[in-house]
Design a protein around this ligand. Structure first.
Ligand SMILES: [Zn+2]
Length: 305
């Protein structure tokens, strides 16, 4: 899979402070499609990934691109403990991307089209994943699709992920084959689930208070709820303003990681890390912008910045 020109980007772990709380009541894993890491927002527009002063000719060679990538990552590595062990597809092809016309809807977008869920720039070189279970993302209409992090999962695993608009598109689910990721006292941990009949997992993308409304929908009654084991997750432990909230894409990632562990004798080798490919990329961009502007990175609830 790897070739010498496209090495997997692994970000070195910097610190190991554990601040994650160990309760499991927490996170509306599903609730906050936080972060403004959508590709078209103003902050990102201001941020050129290639932060070097020297402009690069279009199609600059791979070595230059590698340097750029390393530069971006160097800028933020002191705050990246949670990225430590991710095995990510290289960001090289993202460095010189400019806004282009989506081949499907013809809107001008950068990195990917959040309406069509297609990667832009160099689609052939974009990471792709096959997921072992189908995913339905139940999307609350008040959440801007342009800011959805769950969209990343569809860009990367297009065939396996479906967006369901709440409430009108919720189908009749087979209760024996479907589970719903939702943290509550009654939810079972992923590791305790018998997956032999399970074919589909549902995630909710909404604010916390709306998630509760979604859960009350008649067609979702009787679906087994599962939760990820927050004691294992380290994602936000570095956050000064940390809480136990997860972006939807993080919840999806942790679910599949724990699913894989449960099916493979507790072995995991980064198989689903690329679910966080865009999330990590945008996180780095935003942090780099803040650092370049000498501004403190302040994370608000439900938003990455
Ligand atoms: Zn499009």
């Amino acid at each position: 899979m790897e070739n010498p020109e496209n090495p997997t980007t692994t970000i070195k772990e910097e610190t190991k402070t554990t601040t994650i709380n160990t309760t499991t009541n927490n996170n509306n894993s599903n609730s906050n499609n936080n972060n403004n890491n959508n590709n078209d927002n103003d902050n990102l527009k201001k941020t050129e990934v290639d932060s070097n002063e020297q402009p690069k000719p279009k199609g600059s060679n791979i070595n230059n691109n590698l340097k750029s990538t390393v530069g971006v990552l160097d800028n933020v590595k002191d705050d990246q403990s949670w990225l430590s062990d991710l095995k990510l597809h290289t960001f090289d092809h993202m460095i010189d991307i400019s806004r282009t016309i989506c081949t499907k809807c013809e809107k001008k977008r950068k990195y990917f089209c959040y309406d069509c869920c297609l990667p832009l720039g160099d689609p052939e070189n974009s990471p792709k994943l096959k997921l072992p279970l189908n995913v339905d993302v139940i999307h609350h209409p008040t959440e801007l699709i342009s800011k959805s992090t769950a969209i990343h999962s569809k860009v990367i695993a297009y065939e396996d992920v479906k967006f369901i608009e709440f409430p009108e598109e919720i189908p009749d689910y087979n209760l024996d084959e479907t589970i719903l990721l939702y943290p509550s006292e009654d939810s079972c941990f992923v590791k305790d689930i018998d997956f032999s009949n399970i074919k589909k997992v549902l995630f909710v993308e909404s604010q916390w208070h709306n998630a509760r409304k979604i859960l009350k929908h008649p067609k979702l009654q009787g679906i087994k709820c599962v939760k990820i084991d927050m004691q294992k997750t380290m994602f936000w432990r570095h956050q000064r303003h940390g809480d136990s909230y997860l972006a939807t894409i993080e919840a999806i990632y942790y679910f599949f990681k724990e699913f894989h562990l449960s099916q493979n004798n507790n072995q995991y080798n980064g198989e689903y890390d690329n679910l966080l490919f865009y999330y990590t990329f945008f996180y780095n961009l935003i942090q780099t912008t803040y650092k370049q502007q000498n501004r403190d990175f302040i994370r608000k609830d439900n938003y990455i910045q």
